[in-house]
Design a protein. Structure first.
Length: 268
């Protein structure tokens, strides 16, 4: 279940009485994203909805802890202490430690992007990526969110997610990025796709853009055939051999699953 977003503040208004300081601190951190990596004090105040005076005080406390940094021009950015803390997350660190050798092998063979992701609610978080110098640009960054229904790793995770998660996704209007909202993906089409991914234990997704791309991904399974992560390769369609590459990706996923303690009966 996706956590509800905090109520939007009106700039200049005092926050609701009793709102914990930690919630306001999180609002400051949430003001940063891939397009806003550095913010002035006023930008931080505007994007978080917190008055400038409170923003200055909270930002100072976050800087003292190392969660924020400030450069010579007075702009704030995320501090390295958050990276240190995030590296302790069991679903990220333990998974990465096991998966990195297999990702390295795939990257050496394919000379393309090799990615590792986990599901968080109805979204996917990219936790690691290996890229070669010849790799083409990709849309998503490490730490960023990826859609479940229209990416290779998203489909691999969704196909092996609990049934209630699948039904939740299928009950929503789903469209492709950049497509008009009226061009929705029929639930029956997505159901067939997920059934094929479960049968093949492999997701192949083609993205038609200026540079057509192909994503080949496989689920990393835990108990009861529920995906705990996915590993995938993204490469240009002109050099793609999805079925041949799929064998290597699926083998890597199975090996990672075993090392993470998946029952041998799960791996077929």
């Amino acid at each position: 279940m996706v956590a509800a977003s905090p109520a939007k503040r009106v700039r200049g208004k005092r926050p609701p009485e009793g709102e914990p300081v930690v919630d306001r601190a999180f609002s400051l951190l949430a003001a940063f994203d891939a397009a806003h990596r550095r913010l002035t004090l006023r930008e931080l105040s505007r994007r978080s909805g917190i008055p400038v005076s409170s923003t200055l005080r909270l930002a100072g406390r976050l800087m003292a802890w190392g969660a924020l940094e400030r450069d010579d021009e007075g702009q704030y950015s995320i501090g390295l202490r958050l990276l240190e803390v995030a590296s302790l997350a069991p679903r990220g660190h333990g998974l990465r430690q096991v998966a990195l050798p297999f990702m390295s092998d795939l990257a050496a063979v394919t000379q393309q992007h090799v990615q590792l992701a986990v599901r968080e609610g109805l979204e996917v978080t990219l936790v690691e990526r290996f890229s070669s110098h010849s790799s083409v640009p990709v849309r998503y960054r490490v730490g960023g969110k990826i859609p479940l229904h229209c990416t290779g790793m998203g489909l691999a995770l969704l196909a092996f997610a609990p049934v209630d998660v699948q039904e939740d996704v299928l009950s929503r209007p789903l469209s492709l990025p950049g497509e008009p909202d009226q061009n929705l993906i029929p639930p029956a089409v997505l159901r067939r796709t997920l059934a094929e991914v479960r049968r093949e234990r492999l997701a192949i997704y083609r993205r038609l853009e200026a540079e057509p791309m192909v994503a080949v991904a496989a689920p990393i399974l835990g108990e009861h055939e529920v995906a705990i992560a996915a590993i995938g390769v993204v490469l240009p369609e002109r050099v793609a051999q999805p079925r041949r590459l799929g064998y290597a990706v699926r083998t890597a996923a199975q090996s990672i699953s075993r090392q993470l303690g998946a029952p041998s009966a799960v791996m077929r």
